[in-house]
Write a protein that binds this ligand. Structure first.
Ligand SMILES: *[C@@H]1O[C@H](CO)[C@@H](O)[C@H](O)[C@H]1NC(C)=O
Ligand SMILES: *[C@@H]1O[C@H](CO)[C@@H](O)[C@H](O)[C@H]1NC(C)=O
Ligand SMILES: *[C@@H]1O[C@H](CO)[C@@H](O)[C@H](O)[C@H]1NC(C)=O
Ligand SMILES: *[C@@H]1O[C@H](CO)[C@@H](O)[C@H](O)[C@H]1NC(C)=O
Ligand SMILES: *[C@@H]1O[C@H](CO)[C@@H](O)[C@H](O)[C@H]1NC(C)=O
Ligand SMILES: *[C@@H]1O[C@H](CO)[C@@H](O)[C@H](O)[C@H]1NC(C)=O
Ligand SMILES: *[C@@H]1O[C@H](CO)[C@@H](O)[C@H](O)[C@H]1NC(C)=O
Ligand SMILES: *[C@@H]1O[C@H](CO)[C@@H](O)[C@H](O)[C@H]1NC(C)=O
Length: 282
């Protein structure tokens, strides 16, 4: 009955939804006590494909990835509230629509670098290493495309282009088209600096967590290379399966179609190390 309830929940809410029903599943964990549970955290940045990636992982019946739990400010106010929250997740006391059953072989959540992760990196690395939490870094190779997505998503927060509802992720090409009609203007004065900042954050995060067991995955590679997702499943030590997501990419095709001041941006990046981002797909 509980599984049926949860799969209904999953269908209705493709993104992870928190359900606070404590002790709901715990009693039967004993049955599967022999199944080792692996802990992971997806470390990423906003608009890097982590929502999509998480729905892929959650389509595996041995994975429960519990969403962006540190989007709630109270949980990341200080290191004590962070540790308390982590304990609840990894003590299997955290229930969401992604919770599969007491046999889940891999349990985790996604965590954006700017949600207290970088600021408290020392203590978090200690925690991860002490409890055996593995990190899955998910980054985008093309920070310019990510920037378009960040600007468009924050515009939609108040514009609510889909019939008055703000959506960060969509499930049909029609919805994707409606959202991508809006073309953001990119600040060309700060562009190079902003791209550098994004790359620096990723590099710094990798350096901070270099003693933690980890894998680095790029969104673009997940899309173009089937083997990548297999590699992630092997990293999590779960049976390799075909994973699927109902999410549809919002900004498809040439980047020149998605930036209002394209000529300006093209000129700004012409001849710089970032020039390649103007043309790259995805
Ligand atoms: C940490 O934050 C929590 C939640 O906001 C608060 O209740 C607690 O007093 C804070 N603890 C410290 C040591 O600041
Ligand atoms: C994966 O999930 C299935 C179905 O719940 C379960 O029977 C199996 O034991 C799980 N595998 C592992 C490695 O936990
Ligand atoms: C808005 O709602 C109408 C009626 O429900 C529907 O036909 C249409 O596809 C929706 N448009 C978008 C962009 O979601
Ligand atoms: C663009 O960036 C520059 C440099 O950071 C800043 O001074 C300016 O205010 C920004 N323009 C807009 C419209 O935000
Ligand atoms: C991790 O990064 C630090 C700081 O750059 C460096 O001193 C250390 O040698 C690195 N450790 C490993 C295991 O790579
Ligand atoms: C796909 O990913 C696998 C695993 O990382 C790698 O070994 C392989 O070279 C990649 N293939 C291509 C075409 O990039
Ligand atoms: C970008 O600018 C270059 C010249 O620097 C031009 O050849 C190219 O067609 C432009 N690209 C697009 C997609 O507008
Ligand atoms: C792009 O840069 C080259 C030199 O690197 C220059 O000759 C060309 O005029 C530039 N194009 C534009 C559109 O600025």
């Amino acid at each position: 009955m509980s599984l049926l309830f949860l799969s209904m929940f999953l269908t209705m809410y493709p993104l992870v939804v928190e359900i606070f029903v404590f002790g709901f599943f715990l009693e039967s964990r004993d049955e599967c006590g022999h199944n080792p549970v692996r802990y992971f955290a997806i470390l990423s940045m906003q608009r890097s494909g982590s929502g999509w990636f998480e729905t892929l992982l959650n389509s595996h019946n041995n994975v429960s990835s519990n969403g962006e739990i540190f989007s709630v400010l109270d949980r990341r106010k200080n290191i004590s509230s962070i540790i308390q929250t982590l304990d609840r997740v990894y003590n299997l006391d955290w229930f969401t629509s992604a919770s599969k059953n007491e046999c889940s072989a891999a349990i985790g959540f996604k965590w954006m670098l700017n949600q207290g992760l970088m600021d408290n990196h020392k203590e978090i690395v200690d925690y991860f290493n002490r409890r055996g939490v593995s990190a899955i870094f998910l980054f985008r190779r093309n920070p310019l495309r990510r920037m378009v997505s960040v600007l468009a998503n924050s515009y939609d927060r108040y514009a609510k282009l889909l019939n008055g509802t703000h959506k960060s992720h969509v499930h049909s090409p029609e919805e994707a088209d409606a959202l991508s009609k809006y073309k953001p203007v990119i600040n060309s004065t700060s562009l190079i600096h902003d791209l550098q900042e994004t790359e620096n954050s990723a590099a710094k995060a990798l350096e901070y967590f270099n003693t933690t067991r980890h894998i680095v995955v790029f969104y673009e590679d997940l899309i173009t290379n089937q083997t990548k997702l297999k590699q992630v499943q092997e990293f999590l030590n779960i049976p390799v399966k075909d994973l699927s997501s109902r999410q549809v990419k919002i900004h498809r095709g040439d980047l020149s179609d998605h930036i209002k001041n394209w000529e300006d941006i093209n000129k700004t990046l012409n001849g710089t190390e970032y020039e390649k981002y103007l043309r790259a797909d995805y």
